[in-house]
Design a protein around this ligand. Structure first.
Ligand code: ADP
Length: 490
């Protein structure tokens, strides 16, 4: 990072020079070189014409005016220098000769033009006319090439010094000498200012274009995301219609079988309770699905609130975990609850946290085979109460770990289909935890199991009037479990 750019960033804080430095400098050099190349070709052509004119028309005048001899040699020297310049540039462009910095080409051209201007300016009886040539040279290059202010300063001031020294030796009239020096100095200062304005405008334009490009790329990314979202939405509707239709079909079938059996008088208690159970479970599935859909819609519309009260989080998690123990063990899976602390009062919404735990437990059951294990543990870490739900199930592929919390995302593998799901559960869990200003993380290894850790902040609220309602807890749990576990086949 050059000092100039540090200076520029300080002086023009609105221009982000750091970000684009390399890109900008190589573009500047290549534009400068392109312009020089065009100019050099024109100059070469002009010099060849001058040499032809020198050799034909002015040859006879050389005896009377020796300056024509100098002119002739200067045209030859300039032509040779230009040819050398073009050869070097060609070698460099063809990568056969890389030791020359690309900057060399425009800076050498610039110096050549300026010193040539000085040389020509002093080589004639009408110095004032020739100085105009120098002036034009300096002003033209200041507009023509994008020079860093320091480059411009060094180039113009060194050519001015050479001009002044040469004037001192060639101009006898003192007044004329001072006039020339003042004129040339004003031109150099003017050129420097023009060059700096030019350079900064170029820099601003460059950054502006970059920003437009960046916004375009960002828009393209958003577009891709929108398309993905649109696909997700379509998939979701296909999936959700299936999820809605399946329980409705099961309910209808069960109802028809019961109806038929009643009509045929073949209805026994076992059959009746089997089909009623089917109706009940699928009604719960519908209730859960519709409830979740309503809740995510409310969350999206910022219309969902958690009702925080100060309560014992250990008791709530333990009670809800223990209430599913029989169900889990029925599936041949062992359930272990463990806590570091006996009691911890924090502000949370017991209903929603129960829902979160039940959701994580229902996933753990869905994705854990018989003889597997589920551990629920609670510990304190960094001012947070952490609730871990860990299983020894099928695990989640690494590349899906971040996206499973996105809505409607399900791991697309050949899962044993002992469950259904809509892909809403974890996204709802995440929203509910975040509404408590907490977070949820997952660790998982494919084939070894998964661990979901919910962290809730260890805070209490001052105006918690409500307390935990312990009446009808059992009925309440049964209803909640029936709803949350309705995806799991009995
Ligand atoms: P679903 O209703 O489909 O279960 P979720 O949002 O609850 O939706 O879960 C999303 C996906 O995350 C699941 O389909 C499953 O692929 C994966 N998943 C969630 N929990 C577990 C777990 N404990 N073990 C393995 N995979 C899991």
């Amino acid at each position: 990072m050059s000092k100039l750019y540090k200076y520029l960033s300080l002086r023009y804080p609105h221009i982000d020079t750091n970000q684009y430095y390399d890109n900008f400098d190589s573009l500047r050099i290549s534009i400068n070189n392109d312009r020089c190349k065009r100019m050099v070709n024109i100059l070469l052509l002009l010099n060849i014409i001058f040499i032809i004119v020198d050799l034909t028309i002015y040859k006879s005048m050389r005896v009377k005016a020796p300056s024509y001899v100098y002119l002739y040699y200067s045209h030859i020297i300039i032509s040779l220098l230009i040819i050398l310049w073009l050869v070097l540039l060609n070698l460099q462009e063809n990568k056969r000769f890389t030791s020359l910095n690309p900057k060399f080409f425009y800076s050498s051209f610039l110096n050549l033009i300026l010193y040539w201007g000085v040389f020509m300016g002093l080589n004639n009886a009408y110095i004032s006319g020739q100085i105009t040539g120098y002036i034009v040279c300096v002003l033209a290059t200041s507009v023509y090439l994008y020079l860093k202010p320091v480059e411009a300063f060094l180039t113009y001031s060194s050519s001015l010094i050479i001009l002044i020294v040469s004037l001192v030796f060639t101009v006898n009239n003192e007044n004329l000498l001072y006039t020339h020096i003042i004129n040339a100095s004003i031109v150099v200062i003017l050129s420097y200012i023009i060059s700096k304005i030019n350079f900064l405008n170029f820099l601003k334009e460059f950054i502006h274009k970059k920003k437009i490009l960046q916004s375009k790329q960002e828009l393209e990314k958003i577009n891709v995301k929108l398309k993905e979202y649109e696909k997700l939405r379509t998939d979701f509707f296909a999936n959700i219609s299936h999820e809605l239709k399946t329980p409705i079909n099961v309910i209808f079938c069960a109802e028809q079988i019961i109806d038929f059996s009643l009509k045929q008088n073949q209805c026994n208690n076992d059959n009746l309770s089997k089909y009623l159970k089917m109706i009940k479970q699928n009604s719960y599935r519908l209730t859960r699905l519709i409830g979740n859909l309503i809740d995510i819609t409310k969350i999206d519309a910022l219309n969902f609130e958690v009702k925080l009260i100060n309560a014992d989080i250990i008791q709530v998690v333990e009670d809800i975990t223990m209430s599913v123990a029989a169900f889990v063990e029925d599936k041949g899976i062992s359930l272990v609850f463990d806590t570091e602390i006996e009691e911890k009062i924090i502000a949370f919404d017991p209903n929603q946290i129960e829902r979160v735990i039940l959701n994580l437990l229902s996933n753990a059951i869905k994705f854990t085979d018989k003889a597997g294990e589920i551990f629920v543990s609670i510990y304190l870490k960094d001012n947070n109460v952490c609730i871990s739900v860990k299983d020894t199930g099928i695990g989640i592929p690494n590349d899906m770990l971040n996206s499973i919390f996105d809505r409607f995302i399900q791991v697309d593998n050949a899962l044993p289909k002992n469950h259904e799901g809509s892909g809403i559960g974890l996204s709802l869990v995440k929203s509910l935890v975040e509404m408590h200003k907490g977070s949820i993380n997952v660790n998982s290894k494919l084939g070894e199991g998964s661990e979901f850790i919910v962290s809730l902040p260890d805070t209490i609220i001052s105006n918690s009037q409500q307390t935990l309602n312990s009446t009808n807890m059992e009925d309440d749990y049964i209803k909640k479990i029936n709803i949350e576990f309705s995806d799991i086949y009995q």
